[in-house]
Design a protein around this ligand. Structure first.
Ligand SMILES: [Zn+2]
Length: 152
C-alpha cells in the first residue's frame, strides 16, 4: 500500500477543522465567514472518506461546553500576555482595557471558535483510521432520522 497517507497530527487536523477519521476532508463547506449560517454549514459526509459529520440527532448540542472551555482558556492566555506586556494595574484602568480588548477579540473570533468546538467535539467520538480506504464509515442511518436531520 503505497498510497499517500496524511501526516496531519491530531491537533493540526482538529484545529484545521478536518474530518477526524481521515484527517484530510474538510468538515465545513465554506471558509470561515461572518455569515453564521454559512459559517456553520457542514458537509453531510466527509468529502474524502465519507464519514458522516453528524453521527446522531442533536449531536452538536454539547458543543456549547467546549466553546465555553475554549473561551476561558483564551481569556486566560490573553490575560497572561497582557499582564506581561502592558500590565494589569487597576489604578489606571489597564485591567479594564484588557477586559474590553478581550471581549472584542472573542467576539471577532466567534465564528472560528464555534467551528473549533464542533471540530473538537466530533474528534472525541470518531477515531482516526489510518487505513480508512479499506474500511467503510460507520453506518449512522439508524440514529439519524431524516426528518429531524433536516431541521439542522
Ligand atoms: Zn474523512
Amino acid at each position: 500500500m503505497a498510497e499517500t497517507k496524511t501526516n496531519r497530527g491530531y491537533l493540526s487536523a482538529t484545529i484545521g477543522c478536518r474530518c477526524p477519521r481521515c484527517r484530510e476532508g474538510k468538515l465545513f463547506q465554506y471558509p470561515v465567514s461572518a455569515n453564521l449560517k454559512k459559517n456553520m454549514t457542514m458537509h453531510k459526509n466527509c468529502p474524502v472518506c465519507g464519514q458522516p459529520t453528524e453521527i446522531e440527532v442533536g449531536f452538536y448540542y454539547g458543543t456549547s461546553y467546549v466553546s465555553y472551555a475554549i473561551t476561558v482558556a483564551m481569556s486566560v492566555a490573553s490575560l497572561a500576555v497582557w499582564a506581561f506586556t502592558i500590565g494589569l494595574s487597576i489604578d489606571d484602568n489597564r485591567f479594564f482595557y484588557w477586559m474590553g480588548t478581550n471581549a472584542v477579540l472573542l467576539l471577532l473570533l466567534q465564528p472560528w471558535l464555534m467551528r473549533l468546538s464542533r471540530s473538537f467535539w466530533i474528534s472525541w467520538f470518531v477515531k482516526f483510521d489510518r487505513d480508512w480506504r479499506q474500511h467503510q464509515p460507520e453506518d449512522v442511518s439508524e440514529r439519524m432520522n431524516a426528518d429531524q436531520a433536516n431541521n439542522w
